[in-house]
Design a protein around this ligand. Structure first.
Ligand SMILES: [Zn+2]
Length: 448
């Protein structure tokens, strides 16, 4: 048993509550109790107490959409629209560089960046998911790992059926790891066939796995789907049996009223990634309308090649500001709703809402203590408002996953983490040189 006694606790459930001078008790990786500090001390007189004056304790942040190995491609495809970004930069580079080592090194960099910003859980989609899972475990993080489904071959596999087979093998190998869970991850409607989507729907039902897919990201995707399939992508996925409460629509930028109705009636969730959508000029997701329709919306950074930061706090702030600006209503996505979007909403979208996402007895102790004593967050009237509208992710001072401290005073302290990160950082110059040499003829990065 150990006690954490921050100045404030924002438990997310009950909604809108901030507790002051309370303590949270951790036992065997779980939240055992939350109550006043006065009650806690006599109850557990021998328990160590971590006092955190000036800190706000929240649930660990859940990054609802990532491609973590793409940290190694950060900055190689700036200032391009999605189609050119994918076809001229990302896919050619991935085609030549993809390997277990590439995935592992990129993932370790991403895990370190995310942990230092208070992200305790991320939801990934990439090749070699076994390496992503291993990186998260080594770094002390929680991960939801995608079983990638895409038609084209890579060094990881020959096509959709091979990727599914390998992904399910990885799931078997890691079935005892409580910090790793899985989704079926068809990449996008324009890269996955009807047959593969049907297979995914059947497997999801059989294995009880969530399904995630990039959908309605650009106007061109919808135009092409209407030409090739006679339907908008979400309608096509619904007809193939993919939609339901375990379906996560990534991006969901271009939505008409029928699309929103479909997502709402199916109980699907949305991974909102505003920085990636802005940077690729894909468009602006109608989150206020989705929210009004009752759709569960979490926030994701997307990969570092299209963001280029894995900073969920910044992402959620942009989400809140865009929701207000686009709807013309300053009352939408208030600070407490924004905190919920980057914690519990993400957890629920991944089927983890019973285990993480809020500070309630019985849940896993995935926690962040944000230090609000910095000059940019003084004075504190409402700590959740300060967190959402004023704080930086570098104010995530201490982080716990499963009750184990993994970041203390802005340092990675999970035993394998510092060593793993040291090796990877030492190797990034080599990756840089290989990436520059591998760029398609005629394309040069500035400074290369
Ligand atoms: Zn993505």
């Amino acid at each position: 048993m150990e006690l954490i006694a921050p100045q404030w606790i924002a438990p997310v459930v009950p909604a809108g509550v901030v507790l002051e001078h309370h303590a949270l008790a951790i036992d065997d990786g779980r939240i055992a109790w939350i109550g006043s500090l006065e009650d806690a001390r006599p109850r557990w007189p021998d328990a160590p107490v971590t006092e955190l004056p000036g800190h706000l304790l929240t649930p660990g942040l859940v990054n609802l959409h990532t491609h973590v190995p793409m940290t190694l491609l950060r900055g190689v495809g700036d200032d391009l629209p999605l189609e050119a970004w994918l076809r001229e930069r990302i896919w050619p580079l991935e085609g030549r560089l993809m390997s277990p080592r590439f995935v592992a090194d990129g993932a370790v960099l991403a895990c370190a960046e995310m942990l230092l910003g208070g992200i305790t859980c991320f939801n990934d989609m990439y090749f070699h998911p076994e390496e992503v899972a291993r990186a998260a475990l080594d770094m002390g993080q929680r991960a939801v790992v995608g079983i990638i489904v895409i038609e084209f071959p890579s060094s990881y596999g020959s096509g959709a059926a091979d990727y599914i087979r390998k992904g399910l093998e990885t799931r078997d190998h890691l079935r005892d790891e409580s910090r790793v869970s899985f989704t079926l991850s068809p990449h996008a409607p324009y890269t996955v066939s009807d047959d593969s989507f049907r297979r995914v729907a059947a497997l999801a039902a059989e294995l009880g796995l969530p399904v995630q897919c990039h959908v309605h990201e650009t106007a061109g995707e919808i135009r092409d789907s209407l030409e090739q399939h006679g339907r908008r992508p979400l309608r096509r996925l619904a007809d193939l049996g993919l939609l339901g409460p375990d379906f996560l629509a990534i991006h969901a930028v271009h939505l008409d009223d029928a699309d929103i109705e479909l997502l709402a009636t199916q109980g699907a969730s949305v991974a909102h990634c505003p920085h990636s959508n802005l940077k690729l000029a894909s468009g602006l997701a109608p989150v206020a309308r989705l929210h009004a329709a009752g759709v569960n919306i979490g926030v994701g950074t997307d990969g570092a090649a299209s963001n280029n930061r894995l900073d969920l706090l910044a992402e959620a702030r942009t989400a809140s500001l865009l929701a207000k600006g686009l709807s013309g209503d300053a009352t939408v996505w208030p600070a407490h709703d924004t905190l919920r979007a980057m914690t519990l909403a993400g957890a629920q979208a991944l089927g983890l809402g019973e285990r993480i996402g809020s500070l309630e007895p019985g849940k896993q102790a995935d926690l962040v203590a944000f230090d609000l004593s910095a000059v940019n967050t003084q004075p504190v009237f409402d700590p959740v408002s300060q967190l959402v509208y004023a704080a930086g992710s570098n104010q995530a001072n201490h982080v716990w996953v499963d009750g184990r401290i993994v970041v203390r005073a802005r340092q990675l302290v999970h035993p394998p983490a510092a060593a793993r990160l040291g090796e990877v950082v030492a190797g990034t110059r080599l990756w840089h040189n290989r990436i520059v040499e591998t760029l398609p003829a005629g394309l040069r990065l500035s400074g290369a």
